[in-house]
Ligand binder design. Structure first.
Ligand SMILES: Cc1cc2nc3c(=O)[nH]c(=O)nc-3n(C[C@H](O)[C@H](O)[C@H](O)COP(=O)(O)OP(=O)(O)OC[C@H]3O[C@@H](n4cnc5c(N)ncnc54)[C@H](O)[C@@H]3O)c2cc1C
Ligand code: SF4
Ligand code: SF4
Length: 424
């Protein structure tokens, strides 16, 4: 039996929050997003909060994801269960060389968004950038031109809640683009179902593939490992991009006031921070942006040559996404190399077994009395049967038992605010 999660506070305290920020957007008089060091960005109840309307919980992707109203027409029927709606899969990149170089992969997310505002009749892009006052943290920003978008290229493997400003889109003139993780795109899908003005004003939703979001304690740990114990000395922090996949690059001021730079490979930095991923990422069924119009990721189906220029996998998820991709090619923002639906499973070969493992994780959590989200039409049992070896099956159960105990998933955990000054 599945025990229901009753409110946003419980979503967070049960570690089911993804940190998307949509609850703070749809209930701004009750919730505000802030940093929770060990978890990520989380909604906190304001001091003068009004009672909840329930809208935050209704939009929350932490507790519910559903493909019940996802159109299946035109999608690849053989792929829907494992990969969500797939209309087309392409490898391509940004036509603008600077965006292609600056982007995480081939700059496709940025180039698609730029097309939307330069040639697609949209006004702005809601997405994520390094905070200007504390560049090791993130903030949600609106970009309205190429320079702003270019400055904000690159995946940031740290907490971000881009949906926390989505409510503003309803009151701004014209249509907007949204870029976020798969869970952020799912939150947007839930919110636009409830709010017709938001639905009209969102011109395009772009998601990128995501294996998990590490907490701010992960950022502080890698800074410390690189020799920076005072994060207020950080002047710039990029996780990748400026090459493919690009380097983790830290710029800081040392104790003598000298400007220093530390670089690590993408593999080394992700290898370090990935163990700080929030719990909800371990039970995430959608790592490839199934609720977006367009999803982008790395075309890892092949080895990357040294100094190869950036390249992106682009998955068309909706008819609107198909029109926008075609128009972005016609307007000269995107270059497409070749089309092949199998590029998606070949680029993310572990995701079908991860979906299978999810079945055991959720079952183990329920048997141990931990609360779990509802995932509708995102099947996992058939992949449990077909994709996992006997040992993987055993480990899916035993590993989850250990994590439920270690992370205390059967209890509600107090979530505390953290401010940079506590370390800086
Ligand atoms: C937490 C995380 C996990 C990832 N896991 C995978 C993976 O498993 N497989 C894979 O192929 N790729 C993964 N990526 C990388 C990403 O999917 C690819 O780099 C993607 O191809 C985007 O490249 P691009 O060049 O098109 O993006 P760019 O043109 O560089 O644009 C990136 C966009 O993402 C936004 N952004 C950056 N960080 C965040 C954030 N934390 N939250 C919300 N928005 C953000 C920026 O504002 C920008 O608009 C991950 C990225 C992140 C941040
Ligand atoms: S997942 Fe999003 S909507 Fe749900 S509690 Fe967290 S921030 Fe709020
Ligand atoms: S793994 Fe899933 S839940 Fe975690 S940040 Fe990525 S999309 Fe969101």
């Amino acid at each position: 039996m599945r025990l229901p999660v009753l409110d946003i506070e419980e979503v967070c305290e049960r570690q089911l929050c993804t940190g998307c920020g949509i609850c703070a957007s749809v209930e701004p008089d009750r919730f505000e997003m802030d940093e929770a060091l060990e978890f990520g960005r989380r909604p906190f109840v304001k001091t003068d909060a009004v009672p909840t309307t329930g809208d935050g919980l209704a939009c929350c992707p932490g507790v519910r994801l559903s493909h019940a109203d996802t159109p299946r027409e035109g999608t690849n029927p053989a792929m829907f269960d494992a990969w969500g709606p797939v209309l087309e899969v392409w490898e391509g990149w940004a036509a603008d060389d600077a965006i292609r170089h600056g982007g995480s992969s081939g700059g496709a997310a940025t180039a698609l968004a730029l097309h939307c505002i330069e040639a697609g009749g949209m006004e702005r892009v809601l997405h994520t950038a390094a905070r200007t006052d504390a560049p090791y943290l993130n903030e949600s920003v609106f970009s309205t031109n190429r320079d702003e978008l270019l400055a904000r290229t690159g995946s940031r493997y740290a907490p971000a809640s881009p949906c926390d400003r989505i409510g503003e889109i309803e009151n701004l003139p014209g249509r907007s683009v949204f870029i976020g993780k798969p869970c952020d795109a799912a939150a947007v899908r839930n919110a636009r179902r409830m709010r017709s003005t938001l639905d009209e004003k969102l011109g395009c939703v772009i998601a990128f593939f995501c294996a998990g979001a590490p907490s701010t304690s992960g950022t502080l740990a890698i800074l410390e490992d690189a020799g920076v114990t005072d994060p207020s000395k950080v002047r710039s922090l990029r996780y990748r991009g400026n090459g493919w996949p690009g380097m983790w690059r830290l710029e800081y001021e040392d104790e003598q006031g000298e400007h220093r730079t530390v670089e690590r490979t993408y593999a080394a930095s992700w290898g370090f921070v990935q163990r700080f991923r929030q719990w909800r990422c371990y039970i995430c069924p959608d790592h490839t942006g199934e609720f977006a119009d367009l999803a982008v990721g790395d075309p890892w189906y092949r080895e990357i040559e040294p100094d190869e220029r950036g390249s992106s996998l682009i998955v068309v998820r909706t008819e609107r996404g198909r029109r926008i991709l075609q128009a972005a090619v016609a307007s000269g923002h995107i270059v497409l190399k070749h089309r092949d639906d199998t590029l998606l499973p070949r680029s993310q070969p572990n995701l079908m077994s991860a979906r299978g493992g999810l079945w055991a994780r959720l079952l183990t959590m329920r048997l141990m009395g931990a609360k779990t989200p509802v995932f509708e039409q995102l099947p996992s049992f058939r992949f449990w049967m077909s994709e996992l070896s006997f040992m993987q099956k055993v480990k899916a159960f035993t590993g989850t038992v250990k994590r439920v105990l270690r992370k205390r998933l059967r209890e509600r955990q107090a979530i505390e605010r953290w401010t940079p000054s506590e370390r800086g």
